[in-house]
Design a protein around this ligand. Structure first.
Ligand code: CDP
Length: 243
């Protein structure tokens, strides 16, 4: 058995650095990187295209049951295995990060019926191990027994500035900040599995940290996990074979 963590959960609010940190860990470990936000975004995009009322939970669940959402894995040059999302066989990965999807996704993600369908898929992928999974409820609901859990946070202003840069100024900073605050509120106050750090999560406030520093901090925890497993197994071994 590998002494490395089999499953890593990364949760936190929008643009806290989850994807960049998750990608770096997945690359170093050669693991699958699953960003569950893509799945909620794909459901939102499908509803927008079909003209379904996003606030209507029954209509959303009916839609989810009438379409196929598939997660396709592909090994990237960097060593990580990344995911594309197909809706009815069509790759929609490049259509998921628009201000229209941003503005609507938290309403869709607040429906218990929608979450049930997507969490089920995520759990199946998590069970196989060798995965870094990113989201809002990974450490609390999807993989509560993940070997390592991170919760990344940062001030709303810093997160909005990061997103603004990421989108190359396509949307105004003020609009991004307002959207982020609105989503933070919906995500952390919704009835079903609101955004929370798991009690056993390692919380990293990234407000004043560079991305590299956050990656190294997270990587140090992976190495610490490895050392502790090795020490424990060495100890167990000694106990099993005294003398
Ligand atoms: O990239 P960003 O952090 O802005 O968002 P995302 O991770 O792509 O997630 C988009 C939205 O999906 C979030 O604002 C949540 O409303 C929802 N989401 C969720 O409820 N549970 C997850 N595990 C992942 C995303």
């Amino acid at each position: 058995m590998s002494p490395l963590p089999r499953t890593i959960a990364i949760d936190g609010p929008a643009a806290a650095g989850k994807t960049s940190v998750g990608r770096a860990l997945a690359e170093r470990l050669g693991y699958l990187l699953l960003d569950t936000g893509m799945m909620y975004r794909a459901a939102t995009l499908a509803a927008l295209k079909a003209g379904v009322d996003l606030a209507d939970e029954d209509a959303m669940v009916n839609l989810m049951n009438s379409i196929s959402i598939d997660v396709i894995e592909s090994r990237s040059d960097s060593g990580a295995i990344s995911c594309s999302i197909l809706v009815n066989g069509e790759d929609v990965s490049d259509e998921l990060y628009t201000s229209l999807v941003d503005a609507n996704v938290s309403v869709v993600a607040a429906h218990a019926g929608v979450r049930k369908i997507l969490v089920e898929m995520q759990r199946r992928i998590g069970k196989r191990g060798r995965v870094v999974m990113i989201g809002r409820d990974i450490g609390t609901v999807v993989m509560p027994d993940a070997d390592l859990k991170f919760y990344l946070d940062a001030s709303p202003e810093v997160r909005a500035r990061r997103r603004y840069k990421e989108r190359h100024g396509a949307d105004p900073y003020e609009a991004i900040l307002a959207d982020m605050r609105r989503r933070d509120t919906i995500d952390s106050t919704r009835e079903v599995t609101p955004l929370r750090a798991a009690p056993d999560a390692i919380v990293i406030d990234t407000t004043d940290m560079s991305l590299d520093a956050v990656i190294e901090a997270a990587w140090n925890h992976v190495k610490k996990f490895e050392r502790e497993t090795n020490r424990r197994e060495g100890y167990d071994h000694q106990v099993e074979t005294p003398g």
